[in-house]
Design a protein around this ligand. Structure first.
Ligand code: THU
Length: 137
């Protein structure tokens, strides 16, 4: 499917809305992510923390796993915001998962609808490991 140009602002708005629902009981650091699928739909996620801290899952992976479970297969961009208005570059684990399932998408890091920067995923995760390195893939 051809990837169309898109307006980052509605995607940022969706991520801001999603961040308000974050289950960040321990860190109080609420994150929202909005994933733009190639079919034009948007799937959001927020971080969900656990009292067993290591079981916490980031907003980006929630968005990606929701999208995959809904049958989405191709992606254009993801917007990521922290409710605190801090920048929230995706953690290493999320970069890897995004790379494996979305490949070279645009990553919109936003503090508001007006203040954002767009990076490519390969800028954030150069020389990524993926299935291409597995002999039996
Ligand atoms: N978090 C995310 O949701 N995304 C990131 O890319 C970085 C961190 C969450 C995990 C945890 O719930 C909180 O932010 C503090 O680390």
């Amino acid at each position: 499917m051809t990837k169309k140009r898109y307006d980052p602002v509605p995607l940022i708005r969706a991520a801001i809305t999603a961040s308000a629902g974050a289950k960040a009981l321990y860190s109080r650091f609420q994150v929202g992510a909005a994933l733009l699928c190639a079919d034009g739909s948007v799937v959001t996620g927020f971080n969900i923390e656990s009292s067993s801290y290591g079981l916490t899952i980031c907003a980006e992976r929630v968005a990606m796993f929701r999208a995959l479970s809904e049958g989405k297969e191709s992606f254009t961009a993801i917007a990521i915001v922290a409710g605190s208005r801090n920048w929230c570059p995706p953690c290493g684990a999320c970069r890897q998962v995004l790379w494996e399932w979305a490949g070279e998408i645009e990553v919109i890091l936003a503090r508001s609808e007006e203040e954002y920067q767009i990076l490519s995923l390969s800028e954030l995760l150069p020389h990524a490991f993926d299935h291409g390195y597995l002999p039996n893939a």
